[in-house]
Design a protein around this ligand. Structure first.
Ligand code: NAD
Ligand code: IPM
Ligand code: MN
Length: 361
């Protein structure tokens, strides 16, 4: 039996509330399959930790995570600590230090949960977003000058490297080849004449190795509209760090709630641990009431099992999630009254209990 060591960072706000439900689903799937066991090590790194220590994580925080088979994270950020301080103190350094250059975000409507798009369901909204996760607009390069003076200025430089664009493009073509063979590349080469033009050229070059994949460049503004007007025309979408960030919250909205979409931060070469989390943040106004939707965390847990090679367990967790999506209960964001813990328990008791549920993938 394989034993996995998972580093758990519950973080802040609803992150702390949904993480236990994701872990409960993984443990239940382990009981059902009997093929693995989970050992967790929890790290209290968060805004609370910052207020107590002046840091989001210790100096050797990245080292402490590096032995784990995977990292499972809730969300980071809470009023009282500036968002750029909390995120650049914890989440973004993990993505960069562990070279988690692929951010995989499936956007899929679950049967039973209505999309706000009239007449669009699972058949129409099934998009795999692949976001570059280590450079681009999030390179973290720039500075503030003459702060507080009339001549105050700020520079934030996007950095795109040939290696960075090529590897995310190749990853996206590979995924498109396994799906419907259609790749949409998010660009903005009409205005961004350096970075986006290079992005388009490299995507086209990589595309020569994938004659079986049909690639289309869309300016990201038009692509955002297409998510709403013709989501069925989209299969795999690849975009830069910022474009991917924005498009995937839009995707979550199309799924019916930000409480649903999940995110895998992958180092495909497995030189470092990968990290799994909901797309959503700490939802401060919803936190502390026990009403957050844990479905994104459970979905992220399934993505983690898939990455660890526990395919059957990953499918069982998704089947449990799909069963609850179809039959309820529901949390408040989806019009129900169930608590986070009640929804988590419903998913756990569905795992392995309904073999007739057919998994989507
Ligand atoms: P958010 O995702 O926290 O919230 C956006 C909306 O979605 C809110 O209406 C919220 O109530 C709702 N929502 C989010 N998660 C939900 C859930 N599980 N169930 C039901 N409803 C849910 O985004 P925000 O308000 O822009 O950010 C809040 C904080 O979270 C900020 O500090 C931000 O920097 C941080 N953040 C962290 C991460 C992360 O750690 N991965 C991601 C996004 C935002
Ligand atoms: C996400 C979040 C983060 C991002 C923030 C919190 C830095 O919005 O994971 O989508 O922009 O990557
Ligand atoms: Mn985001």
């Amino acid at each position: 039996m394989t034993r996995y060591s998972i580093a758990v960072i519950p973080g802040d706000g609803v992150g702390m509330e949904v993480v236990p439900e994701g872990l409960a689903a993984i443990r239940r799937a382990a009981e059902v399959t009997g093929s693995y066991s989970i050992q967790t090590r929890e790290f209290p790194w968060s805004c609370q930790y910052y207020l107590e220590t002046g840091r989001m994580m210790p100096d050797d925080g990245i080292d402490q995570l590096s032995d784990a088979d995977a990292v499972f994270l809730g969300a980071v950020g809470f009023p009282g600590v500036a968002d750029h301080v909390s995120l650049w103190g914890l989440l973004l350094p993990i993505r960069q230090s562990f070279d988690q250059y692929v951010n995989l975000r499936p956007i899929e409507v679950l049967d039973g949960i209505a999309s706000p798009l009239r007449d669009k369901g699972r058949a129409e909204i099934d998009i795999l977003c692949i976001r570059e996760n280590t450079e681009g607009e999030y390179a973290g390069l720039g500075g503030r000058f003459h702060v507080g003076r009339p001549e105050e200025s700020a520079v934030q430089t996007a950095m795109f490297t040939r290696r960075g664009v090529e590897r995310i493009a190749r990853y996206a073509f590979e995924r498109a080849r396994e799906r419907k063979g259609r790749l949409a590349s998010a660009t903005k080469s009409n205005a961004l004449q350096y970075t986006a033009v290079m992005w388009d050229e490299i995507v086209a070059e990589v595309g020569r190795d994938y004659p079986d994949v049909e690639v289309t460049n869309y300016h990201v503004d038009a692509l955002a509209a297409r998510f709403v007007t013709a989501p069925e025309s989209l299969d795999v979408v690849v975009g830069s760090n910022l474009f991917g960030d924005i498009l995937t919250d839009l995707g979550g909205a199309l799924q019916g709630s930000l409480g649903l979409p999940a995110s895998a931060n992958l180092n495909p070469e497995r030189r470092y641990p990968s990290m799994f989390e909901p797309v959503h943040g700490s939802a401060p106004r919803r936190a502390g009431q026990g009403v957050a939707n844990p479905m994104a965390a459970v979905w992220a847990a399934s993505l983690m099992l898939d990455h660890l090679g526990e395919r059957d367990a990953a499918r069982l967790v998704m089947d449990g999630l799909r069963h609850v999506a179809l039959h309820g209960p529901r949390t408040r964001d989806l019009g129900g009254t169930a608590t986070t813990a009640e929804l988590g328990a419903a998913i756990v008791s569905s795992i392995g209990a309904f073999p007739e549920v057919v998994s989507g993938s």
